[in-house]
Design a protein around this ligand. Structure first.
Ligand code: SAH
Length: 220
């Protein structure tokens, strides 16, 4: 609506503050991958927020979605995308579709993205939004993401956008050898972990303290 009223100038303004966001919030905190920075510039975060939040689209915070969920802070989306280590040909699984914003960023960086969301209405809204934006390389599933998407595994990378008490075994099992899992772990205080699948099992490291909505159980 605001965009319709103000026309092209508002679009230019949003593109300008998106570039500021990349410089001030993302590059300044150490994200360097040029493909990730380009994807963050290409994907209009304002296309994924509710209308009342439009003017806050490029601020340094998560923003509210329906059902008490949130669209992650831009820096965290960029950081997780960088940790996924994508070069362009990969198949990626995302857990927690939410608004579809992280899925769009991943779809810019990989060949194909599968995304699983617990709530059917959030998944349907994200699907409509991403189709309108022209994404043809994202597949949607409604269900408990702790189970992954076994029929379409294995994956080069898995990005989880809700916090699990521990790494779900199904997700580890659905990674290719050398595959990368990016996941917030913990109840209360959480840490973002990068886990790489090796012949000896997952090799994990903690990257940062984070604050994600919890991974819910089906029927909860
Ligand atoms: N990636 C999203 C942010 C999502 S917030 C974006 O870019 O907008 C976390 C999402 O995980 C919410 O949409 C929530 O409904 C979903 N979620 C919570 N528990 C889940 C589970 N067990 N399986 C799949 N999705 C889940």
């Amino acid at each position: 609506m605001i965009q319709k009223l103000l026309g092209q100038k508002y679009g230019d303004y949003l593109a300008f503050i998106r570039r500021q966001m990349i410089k001030d919030q993302i590059e300044s905190r150490g994200v360097k991958d040029p493909r990730v920075l380009a994807a963050m510039d290409k994907v209009c975060r304002h296309c994924f927020v509710t209308e009342d939040m439009l003017s806050r689209s490029y601020e340094d915070y998560p923003l509210p979605l329906a059902r008490g969920q949130t669209i992650s802070q831009p820096y965290i989306v960029a950081l997780m995308s960088e940790l996924a280590g994508l070069a362009g040909g990969e198949r990626v699984l995302e857990i927690g579709t939410g608004s579809g914003y992280q899925a769009a960023v991943l779809a810019e960086l990989a060949a194909e993205v599968d995304t699983v969301e617990l709530f059917a209405d959030l998944s349907a809204a994200a699907q409509a939004r991403l189709a309108k934006l022209g994404y043809a390389n994202i597949n949607f599933r409604t269900g408990d993401g702790a189970a992954g998407w076994p029929e379409r595994a294995p994956y080069d990378a898995i990005v989880v956008t809700c916090a699990a008490p521990a790494i779900p075994e199904a997700l580890a099992a659905q990674l290719k050898p050398g595959g990368r899992l990016v996941i917030p772990v913990g109840t209360g205080a959480q840490e973002l972990r990068l886990a790489i699948k090796t012949p000896e099992g997952l090799k994990e490291r903690a990257v940062a303290g984070v604050s994600f909505v919890p991974m819910l159980r089906e029927g909860a």
